[in-house]
Write a protein that binds this ligand. Structure first.
Ligand code: GLP
Length: 261
């Protein structure tokens, strides 16, 4: 197995700055970089830093291509809980990323259903997933995948038990994941299914940065640090990747004394 790199920073702000610096460094090195992007509360600080960098005219994202990891099934892109809305409001609306190159799976497969009138939703979603994988390939593959971490070890929406050779597909969300994500839906029902890039889709990235912040992630980090590759803990698939960095803050490392100097 490869030796993964760990970087432990002081707090959430430092984590956000580091992650943004890695993003900006990647784009500086190759303005046409292809990036896989996460949602959730963890990357919000990174996106704020990126918007600041763009506003200060320190960077342009004009030639970058982005793919998001996941999206809920059954809600329109305009829904306030959708990851498309998240990305528009956190990043895309504020910087010069080309809209046609900012990809988020469509949890209603709108275009496909328009192209195939009468098609069943589930079939349309399958085609949407295949199309997403093809778009990633056509873009030349992912250069850097930025990931968050679910408390149960999920990455994207690859829940425990997801095959390590999985590709973009429709998945059923665990109750614990739906509960964790309920605040984004402000009392409305959290969707039961989602489209997610697969574990193999993520592992195809040339390099991977997983971010985790806060004591709520400490147990998941402790399990990851034990180094056992186990399909009941999806993030452990990353341990076999040749270029992965676990970027975490002190609170996230609080159950793993071995990680703390
Ligand atoms: C959601 C997303 C994941 C994300 C996880 C952690 O389930 N689909 O991609 O990593 O939440 O979210 P947070 O950063 O809010 O803890």
């Amino acid at each position: 197995m490869n030796d993964p790199s760990w970087r432990i920073v002081e707090d959430y702000d430092a984590l956000s700055r580091e992650a943004a610096a890695m993003f900006l460094g990647t784009v500086e090195e190759n303005p046409r970089s292809v990036l896989l992007l996460p949602t959730g509360s963890t990357p919000e600080g990174m996106y704020r830093e990126l918007v600041d960098a763009w506003r200060a005219r320190r960077r342009s994202f004009r030639r970058v291509t982005t793919f998001n990891l996941d999206e809920y099934v059954g809600i329109p892109t305009s829904h306030r809980g959708s990851y498309r809305t998240y990305m528009q409001t956190r990043l895309f609306d504020h910087v010069d990323i080309e809209p046609a190159r900012a990809h988020v799976p469509d949890g209603l497969a709108t275009e496909i259903r328009r192209e195939h009138p009468g098609i069943r939703l589930d079939r349309a979603l399958e085609l949407e997933c295949d199309r997403y994988e093809k778009s990633i390939r056509d873009a030349g593959g992912i250069d850097v995948a930025f990931l968050g971490l679910g408390r149960n070890g999920h990455i994207g929406f690859n829940e425990p038990g997801s095959p390590f050779d999985s590709r973009t597909r429709v998945v059923r969300l665990h109750e614990s994941t739906r509960r964790a994500n309920a605040p984004w839906f402000e009392g409305e029902r959290v969707p039961e299914r989602a489209i997610t890039a697969g574990i193999a889709t993520i592992l195809d990235a040339k390099s991977i940065v997983l971010m985790a912040s806060g004591t709520a992630k400490a147990d998941a980090i402790a399990r990851l640090a034990r180094g056992e590759v186990d399909p009941t803990f999806p993030a452990s698939a990353l341990l076999a990747h040749p270029r992965v960095l676990f970027l975490i803050d002190r609170d996230a490392s609080s159950s793993t004394p071995a990680l703390r100097d």
